[in-house]
Design a protein around this ligand. Structure first.
Ligand SMILES: *[C@@H]1O[C@H](CO)[C@@H](O)[C@H](O)[C@H]1NC(C)=O
Ligand SMILES: *[C@@H]1O[C@H](CO)[C@@H](O)[C@H](O)[C@H]1NC(C)=O
Ligand SMILES: *[C@@H]1O[C@H](CO)[C@@H](O)[C@H](O)[C@H]1NC(C)=O
Length: 473
């Protein structure tokens, strides 16, 4: 008893001291630095997580991580649980949204050209089901143009080999027009339908194969530390297409940003860092589109820069930077996008000692809706179904005349498909950009009224034209 009495004040003293020490240690976490964050990004961690995602896909009969399936559900739950296990560092939320169900029946009308221009569509499509090409602009926009002219449904046929199961009858409406039920078919089936229609046949479409309404989730995690009004937003998407497990597309982006988020917990930040894992990218950027639609302008204004990462490990890779300054393809992003591109380029050249190429800032992945809302965005990728040129083979190695990812949107997009060397380079680029902007936004133009007006001008230009340029792939 007496001993205890004696000990208690000592123990209390010790406890106070250790609490003070702990607080000091927490506050003494080093401010994040690019090279320190890069150093703790390990191949072994990336690969282990790729195996986890592949496991989710292969544990299901569908062997994929398509939205609405157990493989995707397991992916979302796993990301959520992983990031939730750092409650001192991140505020985590699940953002649910509902995809409607629907059926449609009507005579098929083939829309010629790419169906990306309003003028490709006849004025009256009442009760018709349109048949459109996939690609070159977001499928949701093609569907909306048709819906605005009275069409009751849409069929999208693939622009590459393979079927388009991922094109379910589940869509969101867009500013161009209402949602109508949509289904996807293979390129061969699409061309066969067109041949029959061209020969004068009337074909009745009955879109009833996928009618299940589902709820899907974006995951958002934001550092508790850092200036909450000045945010660097880093994202990837959590779903795959139907054809396969989607480990390069885009398990790789999902995993890279998850690993960066985990490793970031050992550092302090000046600016808040937000990580998002979107759902339903493959159905037309639905998750990111929904997210942006739910943000008031005042919230969007807090995002100083949004960086999206997809296809980080293509087997026959090229290091591609999106043309944020418009120097290569003529269309620049909102102010800040050019500076982001320049920092990516500088890093590849000076730190990674790697070549890089530029690709069109076309809104093809989840940064598209942010671009169209006037948010500064940037992105890098390793290439999808495009073919590597001779020049690129001399710049990056690999095989000219072959796709960057021969398993793009295919069953073979599994752990064996990823190029580990490319993936670690890309992941370190992500770490660099995260660390750089978590420290400071000094590389970006100041957020003046003038800059805001310019952003709005770009947003207007893009939503008139380039929301139509967002690819639903
Ligand atoms: C997905 O996971 C959640 C748990 O987070 C569970 O409640 C739900 O039933 C699952 N849905 C499907 C379709 O598996
Ligand atoms: C943070 O650093 C400590 C000490 O080096 C280490 O044990 C821990 O695993 C690190 N945290 C993460 C998430 O890697
Ligand atoms: C960059 O590309 C050039 C050819 O354009 C090549 O000679 C060089 O080896 C490449 N550098 C690297 C690091 O791959």
């Amino acid at each position: 008893m007496r001993l205890l009495e004696l000990l208690t004040p000592l123990a209390a003293l010790a406890a106070t001291a250790s609490a003070a020490l702990a607080t000091e240690l927490v506050t003494r976490k080093p401010l994040v630095e690019s090279n320190k964050l890069r150093r703790v990004l390990l191949r072994s961690n990336l690969l282990a997580k790729a195996r986890t995602l592949e496991g989710f896909a292969y544990a299901t009969t569908e062997r994929n991580r398509l939205i609405g399936t157990p493989g995707h559900n397991a992916t979302v739950n796993w990301i959520y649980d992983t990031i939730k296990s750092f409650p001192d560092h991140y505020t985590v939320s699940l953002q649910p949204f509902d995809l409607p169900s629907g059926t449609a029946k009507g005579l098929i009308v083939h829309i010629p050209n790419l169906a990306c221009d309003e003028s490709d569509f006849p004025a009256d499509l009442t009760d018709k089901v349109v048949l459109v090409f996939r690609g070159d602009c977001q499928s949701a926009v093609k569907v909306a143009y048709a819906g605005a002219r009275g069409a009751v449904g849409a069929i999208v046929y693939n622009n590459v080999e393979g079927n388009l199961d991922g094109y379910s009858l589940q869509r969101l409406s867009t500013p161009e027009g209402p949602y109508v039920p949509t289904g996807g078919i293979s390129q061969a089936d699409g061309l066969a339908l067109i041949a029959k229609l061209d020969a004068g046949e009337e074909i009745l479409a009955d879109l009833n194969s996928v009618t299940k309404a589902i709820t899907i989730y974006n995951i958002n995690a934001q550092t508790i530390a850092g200036d909450q009004d000045n945010v660097i937003h880093i994202s990837g998407h959590s779903d795959s297409v139907a054809a396969g497990p989607g480990i390069n597309d885009n398990g790789s982006g999902t995993i890279s940003i998850l690993e960066v988020a985990i490793q970031l917990t050992n550092f302090s930040v000046n600016n808040a860092v937000r990580f998002s894992w979107w759902s339903a990218e493959e159905e037309g950027l639905l998750g990111a589109t929904y997210y942006v639609s739910q943000q008031p302008q005042s919230e969007l204004d807090k995002i100083c820069l949004m960086l999206d990462f997809d296809m980080m490990a293509s087997p026959n890779y090229a290091f591609q930077i999106y043309d944020g300054d418009g120097s290569a393809f003529g269309e620049s992003g909102p102010p800040g996008s050019a500076e982001a591109e320049h920092e990516f380029a500088r890093f590849f050249t000076e730190e990674s000692h790697e070549n890089h190429t530029e690709i069109e800032f076309d809104g093809r992945s989840d940064y598209g809706p942010f671009l169209a809302a006037g948010v500064a965005t940037g992105s890098i990728a390793c290439g999808a179904e495009g073919i590597k040129t001779v020049e690129e083979a001399s710049m990056f190695g690999g095989v000219a005349g072959v796709a960057y990812d021969v398993n793009y949107h295919a069953a073979g997009d599994n752990v064996d498909n990823v190029n580990m060397g490319a993936w670690i380079v890309m992941s370190k680029v992500i770490a660099h950009m995260t660390a750089t902007f978590a420290r400071s936004f000094e590389l970006l133009p100041p957020k003046t009224e003038e800059a805001k007006i310019k952003r709005m001008e770009v947003a207007k230009r893009i939503s008139g034209k380039a929301t139509g340029k967002i690819w639903g792939v």
